[in-house]
Design a protein around this ligand. Structure first.
Ligand SMILES: [Cu+2]
Length: 161
């Protein structure tokens, strides 16, 4: 009995230590993030920064942290159907399930301050989960709907959400 409980204690400790050493989201499979770059072919000024997406139940939490946007402005922040940021013809439209009845991305917008910094979070339902969104293009639009930045959604690095 003593041996068994000692083994259990050691195993439990080993699991706790492993979990503590691992980046929070590396194996959890519940968060994606995209580093933004220029939209392919665009000559418009592109914001920099990143967008993280967390998944829980059937909702997505989209957190954006952008710089160099037009000051005191707003625009769309969407996940698109394509999986590239190098070919504008393949980025596609909004990625959501038609089963939901309407394009839920239409309400997803960023808002910037006077310095052109935009930080915020929104919740949205798209009908698609973590695995389905992996590698998709995250697109930033300006206030006129033009596509100005793009980044591919990859596994979120550690706890930098
Ligand atoms: Cu879009």
């Amino acid at each position: 009995m003593t041996t068994i409980s000692l083994t259990r204690t050691l195993t439990a400790s080993a699991i706790l230590i492993s979990a503590a050493l691992l980046p929070v989201h590396a194996t959890a499979g519940d968060a994606l993030s995209a580093d933004l770059g220029k939209y392919p072919g665009s000559t418009l000024a592109a914001p920099t920064g990143h967008v993280s997406v967390k998944f829980h139940q059937n909702k997505l939490s989209v957190a954006y942290d952008l710089e160099k946007t037009t000051p005191s402005s707003s625009g769309g922040v969407h996940i698109h159907t394509g999986s590239t940021c190098s070919d504008a013809e393949k980025v596609g439209g909004h990625y959501w399930s038609p089963d939901l009845g309407e394009d839920t991305w239409k309400k997803a917008t960023w808002n910037s301050d006077k310095q052109g910094k935009a930080t915020g979070e929104l919740t949205i339902q798209t009908g698609y989960d973590y695995a389905q969104n992996l590698s998709h293009a995250l697109v930033i639009h300006d206030s006129e709907g033009r596509r100005i930045a793009c980044g591919l959604l990859g596994v979120a690095p550690n706890s930098g959400y």
